[in-house]
Design a protein around this ligand. Structure first.
Ligand code: ADP
Ligand code: MG
Length: 411
């Protein structure tokens, strides 16, 4: 019988209890059962492999798509006393790390998928002891997912080589189709899936057609005290909109995008994290890895990339549980542009992209509950009315947007 993980949770991580489905996932992992855990961002996915890694005999190999992400995780793990290392192109102590693995002195070893699939890495694993494979951001393995990484496809032979080692796939963003694909691609049984609740009841969802972006978002800012994020489509757009909103509202408003001077970017982000009333106008790159619990609103000046992206971006509001607002402003031209973009991608990927756009269309054009559509997308079956979205609060008589959207979605 596996040992009790609760004392480890309390002693090592300092948390009194597991959250949500964490316990279920940890129990499966400790029992050696391969699992796909679908849990929203911030739900605490890392702990579901970090904790077992400290209890199991051998090392947990963590596959993660981004070096920056790995190094953040490494710091966090080491901070609580977990024996961890990364093996990436920028690490200079690779020989030492290999040695630690072979000595059984590592709980966690983070690698990128392209390294994990090399013969070198396989030989290393053959000579040591592997307790668990954790595959983070597992939706990257699926062409249906919104962030397909061909390197993830190369993992399977490695996983199959160690048949007795359980696999734990983790993702925050997988619709039904993508989930089925992850299970199949990574060889996890269909009974091995655990899905956490996706509802964020304190977020009020509103979606409107755009007539005057600056005026509409300025109104939202005036109505909503507290820090906020406005997502714009382009780098130039963020700067222009930031300027216009600053003038219109008198609130501190700053731009954030990858093209800014790194020093300015860092300063704007640091100011935002501390601020109680600042608005940041950003491209979608903003928000990953920042942990600001009191964001009161997230506005979209245009259509997001997918429902998953929308959920993730709006999910940065109200992490503290207090009432928060997510307001999306869209125009028919957003769909036209998206359709154009789809026409240019690899033909094999077009059906998936089209399905994603159609799902967004259904969300923006519905006269029914927004939350219901969002949650249904993540496989949940919530009540018909949430009572905390624009359509539930003031049911639309008849939306003329419906026809517009349909026109751009058809064919
Ligand atoms: P995810 O990968 O699901 O987005 P993380 O693993 O980064 O989430 O965890 C998000 C935050 O939640 C971290 O700050 C983590 O320390 C915290 N956390 C995880 N599990 C618990 C728990 N059981 N109780 C309290 N906080 C937790
Ligand atoms: Mg994570």
């Amino acid at each position: 019988m596996p040992a009790d993980p609760v004392p480890v949770l309390q002693k090592l991580f300092g948390f009194p209890d597991f959250r949500g489905v964490q316990r279920q996932v940890v129990d499966r992992v400790l029992a050696g059962q391969s699992t796909l855990a679908v849990m929203p961002t911030g739900a605490g996915k890392s702990l579901t492999y970090q904790l077992p890694a400290t209890m199991l005999d051998g090392t947990c190999i963590v596959v993660s798509p981004l070096i920056a992400l790995m190094h953040d995780q490494l710091r966090a793990a080491e901070a609580v006393g977990i024996r961890a290392a990364t093996l990436t192109s920028v690490d200079e102590n690779k020989a030492e790390t290999r040695g630690r693995f072979l000595d059984g002195a590592l709980d966690l070893l983070y690698v990128a998928p392209e390294r994990a699939s090399t013969a070198d890495f396989r030989d290393l694993l053959d000579r040591g002891r592997v307790a668990l494979f954790a595959i983070d951001e597992a939706h990257c393995v699926s062409e249906w997912g919104h962030d397909f990484r061909p390197d993830y496809r190369l993992l399977r032979p490695l996983l199959d080589r160690y048949e007795d080692v359980p696999r734990l796939a983790l993702t925050a963003t997988a619709d039904e189709h993508t989930r089925a694909d992850i299970l199949e691609q990574l060889g996890i049984g269909t009974d091995g899936m655990i899905v956490a609740g996706f509802d964020r009841p304190n977020i009020r969802y509103s979606i409107s057609t755009r007539d005057n972006t600056t005026r509409q978002i300025a109104d939202l800012i005036r109505e909503t005290p507290g820090p906020g994020i406005v997502y714009a489509q382009t780098r130039a757009g963020t700067e222009k909109l930031a300027e216009a909103l600053r003038t219109a509202t008198g609130r501190p408003v700053r731009a954030y995008h990858a093209g800014l001077d790194p020093e300015v970017r860092r300063r704007n982000q640091a100011k935002f994290v501390e601020s109680e009333d600042m608005v940041i106008v950003a491209t979608v790159a903003f928000g990953m890895g920042i942990d600001k619990p009191d964001v009161r609103f997230v506005a979209h000046a245009g259509l997001p990339k997918s429902i998953e992206a929308y959920y993730q971006e709006t999910g940065r509001a109200g992490r503290d549980g207090d009432p928060s607002v997510a307001h999306l402003f869209w125009g028919a031209e957003d769909f036209a542009r998206a359709r154009q973009r789809i026409a240019e991608v690899d033909p094999q990927r077009q059906p998936g992209e089209r399905a994603r756009l159609n799902a967004l269309g259904a969300l923006v054009e519905t006269a029914g509950c927004r939350r219901r559509i969002l949650l249904a997308h993540f496989g949940e079956d919530p009540p018909a009315q949430c009572g905390n979205c624009d359509n539930c609060l003031s049911p639309p008589a008849a939306i003329d947007a419906t026809e517009t959207a349909r026109k751009y979605l058809s064919a």
